[in-house]
Ligand binder design. Structure first.
Ligand code: NDP
Length: 295
């Protein structure tokens, strides 16, 4: 029975985090400075709090200093903007993580994000960074973290991208579109499948590399996968599971059981792309800091 090589995102993320920690130590010894990430949260929503705490913990593990800013639910837009300007001007802050999940209604997300300085846009969502990602011969200061994590998983597993047929399922601003642009930059031939695509299975069947980011539990069946293909499953979907204490479990956009009998490489959910996202945030923060500290 064929079994795909498992791409262990947790282990790869751990390796990259030790590389980051070593670089942070070197910066600290050579220049007496460490990278800094501003982690901003507005309001007290529990899920975003725990997500943000995970980021703060990840920073401290690699020696990145986090500048925590917890603002009350009632904060006004002008107060928030002046905080943003303060952190923009702080030379010890090299990147921003801004939890937009829980922004209260008096705050306009687009307006706040446009205030964040381009040099500190470690999420890579600033329109100028995305624009440069899309242009031939240009490079963004930062590429978005989840897409960058997908490419890192491929390269660290020895899967080359150049000249391959890559199919991306999904076209969102945070995953599908930027991952397509990154693959194109790496010389893949890229096709994007979305909710209006006709016969998606026949398109996916041509893919040497599949990036699944539709947010649809197990929509990609084993029969859709070309034998030997590399499958990166970004999807993270909660499905009911009475056998679990929580009442649910997480599954990807790919039917893992079926697909792992056909694919050459495959990521699990959880433990695939997930651990890479925060790791790439740390990497972008390090890179941003190096640009400033070593200039
Ligand atoms: P969005 O809902 O923003 O986008 C989903 C995309 O998939 C859209 O472009 C949509 O098409 C397309 N789509 C939806 N249904 C289908 C279908 N049946 N066939 C083909 N295409 C379809 O999701 P996100 O991009 O934010 O996230 C995608 C998944 O990745 C989610 O499960 C999310 O939880 C996960 N995720 C995981 C991360 C991680 O770190 N592991 C980080 C970010 C996201 P259309 O544009 O036509 O509507």
């Amino acid at each position: 029975d064929h079994k795909a090589t498992l791409i262990d995102g947790k282990a790869i993320a751990q390796t990259i985090r030790s590389e980051i920690a070593a670089e942070v130590r070197r910066l600290s010894q050579t220049y007496g400075k460490v990278p800094g990430l501003a982690v901003v949260i507005v309001g007290k929503r529990k899920d975003s709090q725990s997500y943000v705490n995970m980021k703060r913990k990840a920073c401290s593990e690699v020696g990145i200093k986090s500048f925590d800013l917890d603002l009350p639910e009632e904060v006004s837009e002008s107060e928030l903007i002046s905080k943003v300007h303060e952190l923009n001007a702080n030379p010890d802050v090299h990147g921003w993580y801004f939890s937009t999940a829980s922004l209260p209604k008096q705050i306009n997300e687009e307006k706040i994000l446009s205030e964040i300085s381009l040099e500190k846009d470690v999420d890579g969502f600033h329109p100028l960074n995305i624009g440069k990602l899309a242009m031939k011969g240009r490079d963004p200061l930062f590429a978005p973290c989840t897409p960058k994590g997908c490419l890192e998983l491929l390269s660290r597993s020895g899967v080359s991208v150049k000249g391959k047929n890559a199919v991306v399922v999904g076209r969102s601003n945070i995953v599908g579109l930027p991952v397509s642009l990154l693959l194109l930059k790496e010389d893949a031939t890229v096709t994007i499948v979305h909710s209006r695509t006709k016969e998606p299975e026949s398109i996916v069947r041509n893919a040497d590399i599949v990036i699944a980011a539709a947010g649809q539990a197990m929509m990609i069946k084993g029969s859709w996968i070309k034998p030997g293909a590399a499958v990166i499953d970004v999807g993270t979907n909660a499905v009911d599971d009475p056998s679990k204490k929580s009442g649910y479990r997480l599954v990807g956009d790919v039917d893992f059981q079926e697909a792992s009998k056909v694919a050459g490489w495959i990521t699990p959910v959880p433990g695939g792309v997930g651990p890479m996202t925060v790791t790439m945030l740390l990497k972008n923060t390090l890179d941003g800091a190096k640009r400033v500290i070593e200039q």
